[in-house]
Design a protein around this ligand. Structure first.
Ligand SMILES: NC(=O)C1=CN([C@@H]2O[C@H](COP(=O)(O)OP(=O)(O)OC[C@H]3O[C@@H](n4cnc5c(N)ncnc54)[C@H](O)[C@@H]3O)[C@@H](O)[C@H]2O)C=CC1
Ligand SMILES: O=c1[nH]c(=O)c2[nH+]cn([C@@H]3O[C@H](COP(=O)(O)O)[C@@H](O)[C@H]3O)c2[nH]1
Ligand SMILES: [K+]
Length: 501
């Protein structure tokens, strides 16, 4: 038999050098040999040179994806969140501090009143804030005297009376901020309380209700999470490459940020290489991620400038219109493969940014050389993403928008577009909505389990072993025709229900 008959699939090198721009859906891996159970697959990785993670998940620096609650939850899961910069420097630094000052994946915005105040409308209570805390003078730092439950307030006949007359008087409902959920639950049991206030340096951090503790306990068990040398959750933040971003950066560093991401669609610019050098010179212990890039030569320039990580993707995001508007970009599978091939030679981890809509895309990104995936739309429908749920044609949805959409630009990032030279605004993104997906604390662990099954089918027990299989050409790939892609999905049924877990 001739050797070409026995040859199965292509090596990555051959597949990605044919002059086509392939995306995740275009390519498929051929299965290899399994000699270990799924649970033996380890997904520990790094975001950047000095930021280790236990799962390869990163939330996008977008104002409908990552603020403090998302970043806390991603860190609790073993990933990391990158706080967006479409806000004032002080508000962004405040969000970094909020992540650093929590231990459990909850974030409330407690309302404080004094005993002589009155609550006349139910505006102060909402689903994320069902309790009002009562302190001696109504400020967060004065002595805690008790609380008012929204449900109790609703039952009051006379709303004009002072809080003093109906509050729950108690001081045994505080716990140190460092308690984990297990200990918080035990405290509630012991004191027979439905609510506790977590306290740090005599100030209330959060109000935690029993239902919330029960809800989170019902999700897959959390590991140790992404904790930095300061003993707090690790968190990243996005900045731009303008002079004013140096001031923004200073505030973020003071707030304790662990890594900064230079947020640009085309990172190979003089603005970015100068910013990389500035960050490395001014804050030698801070990791800096450069990007976005999609080619070997773009990556080489940023590696030479000193980046600790590279963010890959141009126009591949679900809300992106860059390829349509500017005619530049690259299919995401090709981009990740090419950039990771060069970055691995310098030990620079790669973030595959954009275009992730299922666990298979994550397997593809990681096996093609990425160390992590950055996700926007995949996370935007979660309860941890900013914004409230709305209803659209009877479906529960959350708003999700591109940072280059007109709407996002006029909120804050217009400085970069309307800055010194460009007078006309051109959108490179859209405003849309995504379906409610529940909590990331639930669907990310299930997604990681699916990713592990993909790795097992390939005979890869870790990210490193996946990369080794790729680079030694043991991993075989093929391009899927249009019909093969249809066949690979659900087809030919009159109806079906898709439930993944
Ligand atoms: N990954 C992707 O495919 C894309 C992402 N986006 C997102 O949209 C947002 C905006 O991205 P960009 O427009 O690429 O932001 P950007 O800040 O890199 O660029 C905006 C404009 O400002 C210019 N500029 C930057 N620094 C400068 C300086 N120091 N002096 C003078 N001019 C300077 C740039 O050359 C560009 O014309 C980001 O959040 C980005 O992630 C937008 C488009 C595509
Ligand atoms: O062309 C673009 N116009 C935009 O307005 C925009 N906003 C975000 N991004 C990028 O998309 C990534 C998220 O993509 P996904 O929703 O597919 O995860 C993000 O992580 C970004 O890289 C944009 N790209
Ligand atoms: K796109």
């Amino acid at each position: 038999m001739s050797s070409s008959i026995l040859e199965d699939g292509f090596s990555s090198d051959r597949l990605f050098n044919q002059g086509y721009s392939y995306t995740y859906d275009d390519v498929i891996f051929l299965p290899h040999y399994i000699d270990f159970p799924t649970d033996s697959v380890h997904l520990a990785t790094s975001l950047s040179r000095r930021v280790p993670l236990s799962i390869p998940c990163v939330s996008s620096p977008m104002d409908t994806v990552t603020e403090a609650h998302m970043a806390i939850s991603m860190a609790a899961l073993g990933g990391i969140g990158i706080i967006h910069s479409n806000t004032t420097p002080s508000e962004q630094a405040h969000m970094v501090k909020a992540v650093k000052s929590r231990r459990v994946p909850v974030l409330s915005n407690p309302v404080f009143k004094s005993p002589s105040d009155r609550i006349q409308s139910d505006d102060v209570f909402d689903s994320s804030n069902p309790y009002v805390l009562v302190t001696e003078n109504g400020s967060p730092s004065s002595k805690l005297l008790g609380y008012v439950a929204g449900t109790d307030w609703a039952k009051l006949g006379e709303k004009e009376v002072k809080i003093y007359d109906y509050m729950v008087n108690c001081t045994d409902f505080t716990v140190p901020w460092s308690y984990d959920l297990g200990r918080i639950g035990e405290h509630m049991e012991e004191k027979r309380r439905d609510v506790v206030a977590t306290v740090r340096d005599d100030e209330v951090v959060d109000v935690v209700a029993k239902e919330e503790v029960e809800r989170i306990k019902g999700y897959p068990k959390l590991g140790v999470g992404t904790v930095g040398p300061d003993g707090a959750w690790r968190v990243g933040a996005a900045i731009g490459t303008r002079e004013t971003d140096k001031e923004r950066l200073e505030g973020l560093v003071k707030a304790g940020v662990d890594v900064v991401v230079l947020d640009s669609s085309q990172g190979n610019s003089i603005y970015q290489t100068e910013m990389i050098k500035y960050v490395k010179k001014t804050y030698s212990n801070l990791d800096v991620v450069g990007g976005n890039v999609v080619t070997v030569s773009q990556a080489q320039n940023l590696i030479q400038a000193g980046v600790d990580g590279l963010r890959v993707g141009m126009g591949s995001g679900s809300i992106c219109t860059t390829q349509e508007v500017c005619a530049v970009g690259r299919g995401q599978a090709t981009a990740v493969y090419k950039v990771a091939s060069i970055a691995s030679q310098s030990g620079v981890p790669v973030i595959a940014d954009g275009g992730i809509s299922n666990s298979g895309h994550i397997v593809k990104a990681l096996v093609l050389g990425a160390s992590t995936v950055m996700m926007g739309s995949f996370l935007a429908g979660s309860s941890e993403a900013p914004g409230a749920y709305e209803y659209q044609n009877g479906r529960r949805i959350k708003k999700y928008r591109g940072m280059g959409s007109l709407e996002a630009m006029t909120k804050g990032s217009d400085q970069r577009y309307l800055g010194d030279t460009a007078k006309l605004k051109i959108a490179q993104g859209v405003v849309g909505a995504v379906a409610d997906k529940g909590s990331v604390l639930k669907f990310i662990p299930y997604t990681m389990q699916a990713v592990k099954q993909g790795f097992q089918d390939l005979g890869a027990s870790s990210l490193q072993s996946g990369h080794d299989l790729l680079r030694t050409s043991v991993l075989r790939l093929e391009v899927r025709t249009g019909a093969a892609q249809v066949e690979g999905g659900v087809h030919g049924l009159v109806s079906y229900e898709k439930k993944s877990f």
